[in-house]
Design a protein. Structure first.
Length: 354
């Protein structure tokens, strides 16, 4: 009797069973990679689609700021308009109107016209609030996005080096992260901003003035590094102690190849999950610093500086402060909503209740 034959002729073995037939229509589809699964998951989520479209519309609207100022508002939002006049219903009306409160002394900026010029009214310098709102949003999104990329890059470098190297290097970097973490975020950011305000920096041919947008980018990007570097370090330690990395080390594979082929791809998902939520946090931080006059400096504008401009007009022209405030709230809400869906897709273990 053959080794592969059964004593009972009515019985069959696994070797006698024919392989399952492929599904109709050809060969079975290959399994999807993690990034394609993530894209498919985002596309199938109504929350992700709606929030992503909302973020895209906000970015496009802010990008059209120069066109709006030149062809629609026909004004320079960075030049004082105290003596400017505009046409409303065939009548030339001054932008700064005589005050009707108290003794009637002083002037009050014109309110929203809901027309091409001064759609949201004017600020206390006679500048078009709508045009400044778009330019300010452009700077706020740029600063928040660049600070997010800087923070993720620095956190990835610190977390990967500390987690993979271990030993004394890990101890030094971990203690440095803990020292920065010990400072309250806003206190540290305000302190750095005050130190850098009023100074210029020269790095070879590169000159940075106190009004450069690079300074708030660097400040905001650095203060949040510990909050990302610690999870990255923990993730790297877990991957470093996994079987496939230990096997790669035993085979004599170079550390640089292990980092590039095994560590970095597994850490990338963690960084991507942090990106939208970190950008939302950076928008709030930038607006707070600019509102306190230690963020974006004149002649530049941001949503935070427009909030500050509207503080004195809160009772007479509240729309000056309401417009950037609503924009910050909506943008942060959309980024957090998109980030929650992205986290659930790329890091399903973190979903509550599972």
């Amino acid at each position: 009797m053959s080794l592969y034959e059964s004593e009972d002729p009515d019985m069959t073995t696994d070797l006698d069973t024919p392989p399952p037939a492929p599904p109709a229509g050809g060969d079975p589809a290959p399994p999807l990679g993690p990034w394609r699964r993530a894209l498919r998951g985002l596309a199938s989520s109504p929350a992700a689609v709606l929030s992503g479209l909302g973020i895209l519309l906000i970015v496009l609207a802010m990008a059209l700021a120069p066109a709006y100022a030149k062809y629609v508002a026909k004004t320079d939002p960075f030049r004082s308009g105290l003596s400017a006049k505009i046409m409303i219903d065939g009548t030339r009306v001054p932008v700064m109107q005589r005050s009707t409160e108290g003794l009637g002394l002083g002037v009050t900026p014109i309110g929203p016209t809901w027309g091409p010029q001064y759609f949201l009214g004017a600020d206390n310098q006679g500048r078009d609030v709508a045009a400044r709102f778009l330019y300010g949003g452009q700077n706020s999104l740029f600063i928040a996005g660049a600070a997010t990329l800087l923070c993720l890059a620095c956190a990835a470098l610190v977390g990967i080096v500390a987690g993979y190297a271990g030993g004394a290097i890990d101890a030094v970097l971990s203690n440095l992260i803990d020292m920065i973490w010990a400072f309250p975020v806003y206190l540290l950011a305000i302190s750095l901003s005050i130190v850098m305000l009023g100074k210029s920096f020269d790095f070879g041919p590169i000159h940075l003035s106190s009004s450069s947008l690079i300074l708030p980018i660097v400040i905001i990007g650095l203060v949040y590094v510990p909050y990302v570097a610690r999870p990255v370090r923990g993730r790297v330690i877990a991957i470093t102690n996994s079987e496939f990395v230990l096997a790669a080390r035993a085979l004599g594979i170079r550390p640089s190849r292990i980092l590039w082929r095994h560590i970095l791809p597994n850490v990338a998902t963690t960084l991507i999950v942090f990106a939208p939520m970190l950008m939302a946090l950076n928008i709030v931080t930038e607006s707070s610093l600019s509102f306190l006059s230690v963020g974006v400096q004149a002649p530049n504008a941001s949503w935070g500086t427009i909030l500050q401009d509207g503080q004195a007009l809160l009772y007479s022209r509240p729309v000056v402060s309401m417009a950037p405030g609503i924009a910050i709230m909506v943008t942060v809400m959309l980024l957090n909503l998109f980030g929650d869906v992205l986290r659930d897709i790329l890091d399903p273990k973190s979903v509550r209740g599972r």
